[in-house]
Design a protein around this ligand. Structure first.
Ligand code: SAM
Length: 308
């Protein structure tokens, strides 16, 4: 993915907007469980997410950490088959999208960020697979009711702001009997600490934004799907992350992962970069092996489900 020359706004992890106190309050009609929030506040958060996820080089980070294997694992676990209609929500550069297409499914990859979709297109072309790429919002999927045999999201819908709205959307686009497969980082472990550290260098989210790591908590996810006709199952998996050194680990994120690039840029502007660098270095130093490499198991929840 091409680096963006965009200057990040002062918005938080992963998408942040200052409370506007805006006038026009709305309850999305299709989502009766959504909390009251102004249209403008929601739009600001989505705009910020588009900008933030365009920063850095997400594909470079994914390749460095071998994380594209997680999408392939999920597609195998779900048994995605040729001809099935699959939707990958917040697909990014196509982590789960490409393996689903390689299994012969008819796949739609949806993401808010045009920059991410550009990276996804490039990867799909190189892999020689056909995918329909759609710029769209996990909270308002541009797909008809009951469209999908399989709905996937790896570390994707956890970053949309209102988790109940997203859960309702995932359930809505799923056909009767359809399967769901989602991966989300757990709040425990190194990535939990990592997310909390970075968040300390970003402005706080508005109150209506749910914390991304909520999708990594099985109890919370069960609540999110209450009232839908999706029955859930949970498993935990790990992916071993390895970097040649503490410096390489820090650089991998501050150069490539949009919200962390944003945190670094803001920290540089207000003199907090040495502190952020020190905190991240300390975090990864605690994961250093005898040979100096940083190696740690990154734990994630695998949420599977089926619509009645
Ligand atoms: C950590 S990346 C995960 C991408 C990909 N699924 C993967 O496994 O690599 C998070 C993605 O969520 C997307 N995103 C954030 N908010 C979104 C929203 N409201 N609707 C759709 N996509 C969103 C971002 O643009 C980004 O591509």
């Amino acid at each position: 993915m091409a680096r963006s020359g965009h200057t990040p706004s002062r918005r938080g992890w992963p998408a942040q907007a200052k409370p506007s106190g805006g006038a026009s309050l709305t309850l999305p009609l299709r989502h009766p469980r959504a909390r009251r929030v102004s249209v403008q506040e929601v739009a600001d958060v989505k705009d910020a997410a588009r900008s933030v996820w365009a920063l850095g080089d997400y594909d470079a980070m994914m390749r460095a950490e071998g994380l594209y294997e997680v999408g392939a694992r999920l597609v195998r676990r779900l048994g995605v088959a040729a001809g099935e209609r699959v939707v990958d929500v917040a697909c990014g550069t196509g982590n789960a999208t490409l393996p689903a297409a390689q299994a012969g499914a008819r796949v739609t990859g949806v993401d808010l960020s045009p920059a991410m979709l550009e990276g996804a297109r490039t990867r799909a072309e190189r892999a020689g697979v056909a995918v329909e790429w759609v710029e769209g919002d996990a909270e308002d999927l541009p797909l008809p009711d009951g469209h999908a045999d399989v709905v996937l999201s790896t570390f994707g819908c956890m970053f949309a702001p209102r988790h109940e709205v997203v859960a309702d959307e995932l359930a809505r686009v799923l056909a009767p009997g359809g399967r769901i497969g989602l991966c989300a980082w757990t709040p425990d472990g190194v990535f939990g600490d990592f997310f909390r550290t970075v968040a300390g260098y970003l402005p706080p989210d508005p109150e209506f934004v749910d914390p991304p790591l909520g999708w990594g908590d099985e109890g919370r996810v069960a609540e999110l799907f209450e009232g839908t006709d999706v029955t859930l199952g949970f498993a935990r998996e790990t992916w071993e992350i390895a970097h040649p050194s503490v410096e390489a680990a820090v650089a991998c994120y501050v150069d490539n992962l949009g919200p962390v690039v944003q945190a670094r840029t803001l920290a540089e502007a207000d003199g907090r970069w040495p502190a952020l660098q020190a905190e991240l270095s300390e975090l990864f130093a605690a994961q250093t092996a005898d040979d100096g490499r940083v190696v740690f198991p990154a734990e994630y929840v695998v949420i599977t489900g089926q619509r009645r």
